[in-house]
Design a protein around this ligand. Structure first.
Ligand code: DGY
Length: 325
């Protein structure tokens, strides 16, 4: 008999057909109140779950006594209680690698947009306010040759370093759990303590996951260590930053600008003070959001789920301790 899968993200017809070949699929096509009620009703029969952008807490998962695996269509796994899943021997998989380059592109888009004030000045043109040649009041700052500071040197951090080093001639400094000699060799990158990086980088870029350890890592004290020229970029998770402290730092001109793809609460409140500031470029969590990459991520999640439900070791298992040999 086919296993039951609850899908809470739409798949392309090709991926849907592949999943349906091996499983009975219940599609929850939106996560509004009605969708959530349908999800709750489907959980008691579910062997597998596939989706993204939903906090699957113990209260919800207690409704799913037969659950064997969750395939998240994301690299970040902060929506899951990994200890709880491991205790229940529910396999959790994610979709690393396939989104690395696209997410690093997003990081660089924010670096360029903030430094060269692309959004602010494009809006000026659109509003019919370009009436004479621009002057120093509209000038931006260079990207090439400036110091790129990366906090969290994982795959995405490396892809950002590659762009900065080879594409823009930027000296790369980084901070992570421990020094990474291979990265240092490839990109001529140098390890720094967190305070050193905050003081020295022209661009401070966050690419690290949200964990108990990284939550609130960048707050008032850290913004105070940056310079008035510093541009702050966040493509990781909003909760790594104290958003109030960021707003204060921008208002007090402790830093020059911020490029933000992620926020403490998403979607961002339209009344957020961040949106009142011309030197903030805010995007709606577009890190991996291209047609090609989202399809690759969904394909990866389908493969992971089908492997897990077939009793095979999925390629991108997050909670390895839940795997029973
Ligand atoms: C990820 O894959 O974690 C991206 O941030 C999308 O949520």
């Amino acid at each position: 008999m086919k296993k039951q899968v609850v899908l809470y993200k739409k798949l392309s017809p090709a991926l849907m057909a592949r999943l349906q070949e091996h499983a009975e699929v219940t599609l929850i096509d939106s996560l509004d109140a009605e969708g959530l009620a349908r999800l709750r009703a489907a959980l008691p029969h579910a062997h597998g779950l596939l989706g993204a952008s939903l906090k699957l807490d113990a209260q919800l998962l207690d409704l799913a006594p037969n659950l064997e695996a969750i395939a998240s269509v994301s690299v970040g796994v902060d929506n899951y209680d990994i200890d709880y899943l491991t205790e229940r021997r529910i396999l959790l998989t994610n979709t690393p690698d396939v989104l690395t380059e696209t997410t690093a592109d997003t990081g660089f888009a924010l670096i360029l947009a903030t430094a060269r004030r692309v959004v602010e000045l494009a809006n000026m043109v659109r509003a019919g306010q370009w009436q004479r040649n621009i002057g120093p009041a509209q000038f931006g700052s260079d990207v090439h040759g400036k110091t790129l500071g990366i906090i969290g040197m994982g795959r995405i951090g490396e892809a950002l370093a590659q762009r900065g080093h080879f594409g823009f001639g930027m000296p790369v400094i980084y901070h992570s759990h421990s020094p990474k000699p291979a990265v240092e060799q490839r990109f001529n990158a140098q390890y720094r303590s967190l305070p050193e990086l905050l003081q020295q980088a022209d661009f401070v870029c966050l690419t690290l996951p949200l964990t108990a350890e990284t939550e609130g890592l960048i707050g008032a004290q850290q913004f105070a260590q940056m310079r008035p020229e510093t541009i702050f970029i966040n493509i990781s998770r909003g909760k790594v930053v104290d958003e109030k402290a960021l707003i204060e730092a921008l208002r007090a001109e402790q830093i020059r600008a911020a490029g933000l793809d992620v926020f403490e609460r998403e979607p961002l409140d339209p009344d957020s003070p961040l949106l009142q500031l011309d030197n903030v470029v805010a995007t709606p969590h577009i890190g991996s959001a291209t047609h090609e990459t989202r399809e690759a991520m969904a394909g990866c999640a389908v493969n992971n789920l089908l492997a897990a439900l077939a009793g095979e070791l999925p390629k991108n298992l997050v909670n390895v301790r839940a795997w029973k040999d």
